[in-house]
Design a protein around this ligand. Sequence first.
Ligand code: C2E
Ligand code: CA
Ligand code: CA
Ligand code: CA
Length: 254
Amino acid sequence: MESNLRRALVQNEFILHYQPLVNLETGLIIGVEALIRWLHPELGVIMPDRFIHVAEETGLINPIGDWVLCEACRQAQAWCDEGLPPVFMAVNVAPVQFRQSGFIEVVAGALATSGLEPGRLELELTERTVMHDADINMGTLSALHRMGVELSLDDFGTGYSSLAYLKRFPVGKLKIDRSFVNDLETDPDDWAIASTIVSMGRSLRMTVLAEGVEKPEQLTLLRKMGCDMAQGYLFSRPVSAEGMADMLRRQPFV
Ligand code: C2E
Ligand code: CA
Ligand code: CA
Ligand code: CA
């Protein structure tokens, strides 16, 4: 697997798909999340859950993650240059990648090369990434924030977050993990967790996004809670860059 991943990197076998992030007030796509896929010459499409952990264990996540950042920024700016409605680009950052020395320079480089405004890039970090050595990470988070890059907490609710740190960290968005949204309409506990996250996020003046929205009933409940944004198969599965551009083209300008 490791040598296959190395070859994949050299031979450009990775691609990014994009999934819309929807503003629940306007119904418009205001952001997209970049999601990696591996187009294996013999095995076909390999999903990230099957190779990201190997990439993390071998350290290959650093060059792979750097490629993702550059490619996602390039694509966001290319859409902008085509005159498509402006969206922000959300990029997943693995814990190892976040902690590598020079990560800030990698982000700065991706922005400079692509010409993308820093405010149009959002880095998705998990609670585990951020809370591990919270004091050390604070420095990196602050530096990214000073650059103008947006930060969000991914899979929120599955890790552990110290509420004190949540307040201190320059994180602007909470992404409610899919596991709390799956049975939102039938499980009162999931409903309670989701609505608690929404009200906490609001109190801390953060944007709250619900992941994995598949059913209209879930969307209705999330709207009632005051959730700001949503993502899920109800709107669209992750699609190719061309597919995403078509979706944006069909969307009215704000
Ligand atoms: P994630 O960051 O939580 O990304 C969301 C995942 O949920 C994506 O799976 C997406 O396709 C899936 N999803 C979105 N809406 C729905 C829905 O309505 N129902 C269901 N059942 N699933 C939905 P994907 O693309 O397979 O990615 C899986 C994970 O792999 C991601 O979870 C993320 O942790 C990781 N990953 C993906 N791309 C990258 C990357 O470029 N870098 C790093 N470090 N990790 C990545
Ligand atoms: Ca994510
Ligand atoms: Ca997530
Ligand atoms: Ca997840």
